[in-house]
Structure formats: structure tokens, C-alpha cells
Ligand binder design. Structure first.
Ligand SMILES: Cc1cc2nc3c(=O)[nH]c(=O)nc-3n(C[C@H](O)[C@H](O)[C@H](O)COP(=O)(O)OP(=O)(O)OC[C@H]3O[C@@H](n4cnc5c(N)ncnc54)[C@H](O)[C@@H]3O)c2cc1C
Length: 455
């Protein structure tokens, strides 16, 4: 049986894989779509994956490889790949494929891998409801409302950008204010520029990447303004996107006013003390027609909340164990909806791990589900995923620190010491704890806390 990639764009559905075949509505579908009953008669699924970004595609492919039969990936977009198709810069895939790919190239491989495993992919299909009983409701122009009854659900919905109201910048409300990701889509997919003279607020990775992209397109990037005393994205992006292009970076500066009537005309910034107070006489004005915001990402957890999943205030994602199962049985979470990752390679790895968890639930792979270690955040630790571990398998832990340091040691229980030349909140620390190391800890007591510190 060949894989089925449905683009549920219009009534009757349409077949064809939009990435592999290069067109979206490739004629009438012979899918089960026509036979799908309306809401009220749920269709049974072994596994529903919500989101066809790199996390969801990797989860779907691995689920099939491990023997899960009825697996469907749903995505609201008209093409798979999540955010990757708009990320045309290189920097993806070094860990997973050992070569440097662009976002679309990485997405292409992820789609090919899912297609090779005959995963069903339903596009233009938005999951609008998830209940604690593992039912989901999906709406698409082609099929209307369809309800599914799922043995397991993997959340892979990614994240969205914070907007101006989230950071409360004073001033007027003219046209010309975009999130950096929106500007990236405009330039790389729609083929138009958001403006000509640009100020970027926030030093997240997307903002720094867009500073370089817009400079290459002939725009003038006046400055990147960051409220913190350090950049919030990766050091490699600070070097390759700002320093290499001579783009001014103002650290410890706050935007005090955006001006303009119909369109942005100028913007003022002011230096801040560590306590957040503004430093007198440090105000600077920039003439500009466009402001891009790169002020953080929010995991898309509306469905998780509906399903009654407990969320961790530190990550804004679910609390999970080391198979990425949430505190609600049969619900798994991976990729940027779980916590904002730096590297797509690790997102794909998480998708595969969540599929492993779903297969273990169905008895297709052997896994101990004894959770005997709970993670405790010690000094200078902002977040850790997963929050609970079994000592019976190797476990990857992903850590972010609260504030930057010079040379530091990350201590994980008494068993692991990582010596690092520096640490920064923008650089995730990722390490795999061996089952032997974890067992050594467990032997010290029935239930153990695994305390993590960075000093
Ligand atoms: C600008 C930018 C630059 C980056 N640069 C790099 C880089 O150089 N190197 C690197 O390794 N990583 C980079 N990354 C990070 C990497 O792209 C992300 O970590 C990765 O794409 C996250 O994958 P995901 O599958 O979790 O989420 P996404 O890729 O966001 O996919 C989530 C999918 O879920 C779908 N969805 C959401 N809600 C629903 C719903 N209710 N129903 C149906 N579908 C839904 C969305 O449509 C989307 O397709 C970059 C990211 C960005 C934004």
C-alpha cells in the first residue's frame, strides 16, 4: 500500500504529496476520505500526530517503523514541514544527517522518510478540539468536521511568536510593525519586502537571521535592540548574522516609543540599569519605516490545555517523562510545543522518542514505565525537560540556564559533571544520561530527586 498524502483543500479531497510531486491537488483521491462519517461517529486510530513539522513527521515515520498500524498526521497548513519551508538559510541537519542543509532541504528529507514508512498525512486539516478521553475533532474544507477516537496522541504543534501587546511597547499603532517570522515568510515565500529602513526589537534567533536576510536584500538594518544585557539567541547567529554584517547591536536598551501615523516613522530607545530603570540622557532616535519584533516564542498548547494536560510554567510546555508522555496517559508531546528547541535535529529526535513511547503503550516495544527520579531545578537552572525519569533507559535531558556564565560546571545529581567554557540562556545544554548512571542514583533510595545545578 502506498502512503496517502491528502490535501483536504476542497470537497471530495485530493491526492498527492505536495512536496514530492510538486503540485497540491493531483486529481481525485481514492482515499478513505469519501467514506468518513460525519461528527458523532468517531473513526478509530492507533495514533494521531498533530502537526506535520519536523517533530510530527519524525514521530509518524518512527511510529510506523515500530509497528503502529493506523497512524495519521494532521496539519492545518497546505504543505508539510512546519516552519522549515520559510527558513531558507543553511544551518539545519548537522547532527542528524552530518551535513549542512537549508530548512526546505531538511523538510524534504523528513517528508521522504514519512512517505517511505507509508504514513497518512492529512493537510489543510486543523485539529480544533482534543478531549481528555483522547478524542480529537478535525476540520477541513474537503471533509468538514471529523472526529477520531485515538489510542495515543502526539502533540507536535510547534510554537508561535510573541507580538507587540506581549511586550507593551509605548507609542502609536502605525502600519509597518511585524513579527520577525512574519517578515521571514513575506521575504522568503511571498517574495516581498516588509520595508526598507528597519529596526529589530529583541535578539532572538529569527530576528538576527532576518537582520542578515534583509541586509542581503538591500535594506538598511539600523539596529538590533535587546532589553537584556546579553543576546537571547545562539552565539553563532550573533556572530554570523550581526557582527559579520556590521549591524549595530544595542544590549541593555529598551524601546521607549514607536512613532508614526499611517506608517512607522521613527523609534526611540533608552539604556537601562540592571534594576530596569532607564538611564537619563541615553535616549537615541532611529528613523525607520519598519519594526520587526523578535521577542520570544510561545508553545502552541491550546489543545493540550483543552485535554487537561498539566503545563510547566518554566517551559510553557507539558510536564513529561523520558518517553515524552505527559501526565495524562496516552498523550505525548515533542518539539517546540514541548519546549522551544535551538536545533531542528533535536526536534526530530524528540518526535521519534514520543513515537517510541506510543509504541511502548501498545506493547510493541519493551520499556520500563517505573518513574523513580524527579528532576529538581537547582542554582541558575531555568528549565529542564523531561521533568521525570525512569532509571531503566538512557535519557536525554535538555537544560536552559537562567543567566549567562563564564566557565561553569553543570552537575546532574552526583553522577554527571559537565564542564562548559560558558553558558547562556539562549544555548540549550543537551546531554544523555546513561541508564547505569541513573541506576547508581536510584540505588541510593526508593524515590530520588535528580538535582541539577550550574555553578
Ligand atoms: C526563523 C527560524 C530559524 C531557525 N533556524 C534554525 C537553524 O538554523 N538550525 C536549526 O537546527 N533550527 C532552526 N530553527 C528551529 C527549527 O526550525 C524548529 O526547532 C523546528 O521547526 C520546530 O519543529 P516543530 O515540528 O516542533 O514545529 P513547527 O515546525 O512549527 O511545526 C508545527 C506544525 O504544527 C501545525 N499545527 C499547529 N497547530 C495545529 C492544529 N491545531 N492542527 C493541525 N496542525 C497544527 C503547524 O501548522 C505546523 O506545520 C529555526 C526556527 C525558526 C523559526
Amino acid at each position: 500500500m502506498s502512503p496517502r498524502f491528502y490535501n483536504n483543500a476542497d470537497k471530495g479531497g485530493a491526492g498527492g504529496n505536495p512536496l514530492t510531486q510538486g503540485h497540491r491537488n493531483a486529481g481525485p483521491s481514492k482515499s478513505t476520505a469519501a467514506a468518513m462519517p460525519a461528527v458523532g461517529a468517531p473513526i478509530k486510530l492507533d495514533l494521531a500526530v498533530i502537526g506535520a513539522g519536523p517533530a510530527g513527521l519524525a514521530a509518524g515515520a518512527m511510529a510506523k517503523r515500530l509497528g503502529i498500524k493506523d497512524v495519521v498526521i494532521f496539519d492545518r497548513d497546505e504543505r508539510p514541514g512546519g516552519i522549515l519551508p520559510q527558513c531558507i538559510h543553511p544551518g539545519f541537519g548537522l547532527l542528524r544527517y552530518g551535513e549542512e542543509l537549508t530548512g526546505p532541504e531538511y523538510a524534504w528529507r523528513a517528508v521522504q522518510e514519512a512517505a517511505a514508512e507509508k504514513v497518512d498525512l492529512e493537510l489543510n486539516s486543523m485539529v480544533i478540539e482534543a478531549s481528555p478521553g483522547r478524542q480529537i475533532c478535525v476540520v477541513s474544507p474537503g471533509k468538514g468536521l471529523v472526529r477520531y477516537d485515538c489510542k495515543s496522541i502526539i502533540f507536535a504543534m510547534g510554537c508561535r511568536e510573541r507580538t507587540r501587546p506581549a511586550v507593551r511597547i509605548p507609542g502609536t499603532r502605525p502600519a509597518g510593525i511585524f513579527t520577525a517570522g512574519k517578515a521571514q515568510r513575506l521575504v522568503n515565500i511571498e517574495g516581498c519586502l516588509p520595508g526598507r529602513r528597519i529596526v529589530i526589537v529583541g535578539s532572538g534567533d529569527i530576528g538576527m537571521i532576518m537582520a542578515r536576510r534583509l541586509t542581503l536584500e538591500g535594506c538598511k538594518v539600523e539596529a538590533v535592540v535587546e532589553i537584556l544585557p546579553f543576546t537571547s539567541g545562539l552565539i553563532r547567529n550573533e556572530v554570523q548574522c550581526l557582527r559579520d554584517f556590521g549591524i549595530p547591536l544595542l544590549l541593555g536598551h529598551e524601546v521607549t516609543e514607536i512613532r508614526g501615523y499611517k506608517r512607522v516613522e521613527s523609534l526611540s530607545v533608552c539604556a537601562r540599569n540592571e534594576d530596569g530603570s532607564l538611564i537619563p540622557d541615553t535616549e537615541k532616535d532611529f528613523d525607520c519605516d519598519t519594526v520587526l519584533l523578535s521577542v520570544g516564542l510561545i508553545p502552541e498548547n491550546e489543545l493540550s490545555r483543552q485535554a487537561g494536560i498539566d503545563l510547566d510554567a518554566a517551559t510553557n510546555g507539558a510536564f513529561v517523562d523520558n518517553l515524552l508522555e505527559t501526565r495524562a496517559e496516552g498523550f505525548f508531546s515533542c518539539g517546540n510545543v514541548l519546549h522551544v528547541n535551538d536545533l531542528v535535529d533535536e526536534v526530530s529526535q524528540e518526535g521519534e522518542l514520543a513515537a517510541h513511547g506510543a509504541a511502548a503503550r501498545l506493547g510493541l516495544v519493551q520499556e520500563s514505565r517505573t518513574l523513580n527520579l524527579s528532576v529538581m531545578k537547582g542554582s541558575n537552572i531555568a528549565q529542564v525537560v523531561p521533568q521525570r525519569l525512569s532509571a531503566d533507559r538512557d535519557s536525554r535531558v535538555a537544560i536552559r540556564v537562567r543567566r549567562p556564565t563564564g566557565p561553569a560546571t553543570v552537575r546532574i545529581g552526583e553522577v554527571v559533571k559537565l564542564r562548559l567554557p560558558l553558558t547562556r540562556p539562549g544555548e540549550m545544554i543537551s546531554t544523555t544520561l546513561k541508564a547505569d548512571q541513573l541506576k547508581a542514583l536510584r540505588e541510593q533510595g526508593e524515590t530520588q530527586e535528580l538535582r541539577i545545578d550550574c555553578e
